[in-house]
Structure formats: C-alpha cells, structure tokens
Design a protein around this ligand. Structure first.
Ligand SMILES: [Zn+2]
Length: 192
C-alpha cells in the first residue's frame, strides 16, 4: 500500500530529517509526505506516533517544514535568520504540549496528548529545530553539495566537513558521477 510512495530519508537529527521529507528542492522535488497517512508513518518512525492526521494538519506540517528549511539554510550560510520563518517555528513550539519522559531503559520518549497529538509532535520538531538553530548542540548546519538538493543538514562529524545530506543518495550519486567522469577522461582525451 505504501510502496508506491517515496521512501523516507531518516537522519539522526529530528528537525533536519523532517526537512528531508521534501528533497531535490532545486531539481525535481520529491515529496516524501504526500498524504496525511505518510505523515503519520513518518512521525511513527521518528518516535512521535500519532493515531491519524488530517489534510490540514499535513498542510501545517509542511508549513513548519519549510520554515525550518528556510531558517536552517540561512544559518548554514551564516545569514540573518528570516523573521517570518522564525515566527512560524516559535508558534509551533509554543503550541506543542508534548512531555519528555524516560523509558525503563533510560531513553527519552515523547508523550503526546490524545487530543492534539499531531500539534504536539510538530511542537517537538519545532523545539528540536530551535535547539539546533540556537547552536545548543554539538554540530554545524551545512548545505548539501548536490546542486539539485542543497538540503540543510546538521553536520556532527568531527572535522565538520561532511558534504552531503545523505551518503546513501546524494553522496552516492556524486561519487558515481565522478567515477564515470574519470572513466571517460581516461578513455577519451578530447576536451570536454
Ligand atoms: Zn542532498
């Protein structure tokens, strides 16, 4: 049933995994949460399980997503954060009423209220984005080097030199392109 929808690209950072649900923003965009049910699926695999979502909640989720994307892109470029995007992120964060609780193994879980589970989940994502944008966490916002992607991601590598939002997709594609270019250069010395 869900097989016809694009897969999720899940990173370790909630806020940028969320912005990654729209990829290839500068090429042929791939919408990875095309339906409310796919938003529910994404929230479930991200530790924010909700029962269901409506079309208008999906719309609001995308509004938050694009605000985080804009703010993270500005931060990665060391530009001033766009005021409208900051407002949207703050509003979602303020509205969310999720509670952090410890599970028996000492891991963190989010408890969402039944009446406003989607809003609570979006609030958790907004708060996660705030933590990153505020420089509270160890890492650096950067933009994917793929020209058609340019996704904002959170680089936690020791050298802070990560170039791709996702090694499995953007990184791999670039490696393959370079490999093919090298092969061509090796077998064909005409100027290209
Ligand atoms: Zn990328």
């Amino acid at each position: 049933m869900t097989a016809r929808f694009p897969d999720f690209r899940l990173g370790k950072v909630l806020a940028t995994s969320f912005t990654g649900t729209l990829s290839e923003r500068h090429g042929d965009p791939v919408e990875r949460i095309p339906t409310p049910a796919r938003l529910v699926d994404w929230l479930a695999v991200s530790g924010l399980a909700v029962e269901s979502a409506t079309a208008s909640q999906l719309e609001r989720a995308r509004e938050l997503r694009e605000a985080i994307h804009e703010a993270a892109t500005a931060a990665a470029r060391q530009e001033e954060l766009p005021g409208a995007a900051v407002q949207v992120i703050n509003d979602f964060s303020v509205r969310g009423r999720a509670s952090a609780v410890l599970d028996p193994a000492g891991g963190r879980e989010w408890r969402l209220s039944a009446a406003s589970a989607v809003e609570d989940a979006l609030g958790v994502i907004a708060a996660d984005a705030i933590g990153i944008l505020a420089g509270e966490r160890d890492g650096k916002l950067a933009l994917c080097a793929s020209p058609t992607c340019q996704a904002a991601f959170f680089d936690t590598s020791q050298s802070r030199s990560r170039r791709w939002c996702d090694m499995g997709t953007c990184g791999n594609r670039e490696k393959k392109a370079r490999f093919l270019a090298n092969q061509r250069a090796g077998s064909d010395d005409r100027p290209r």
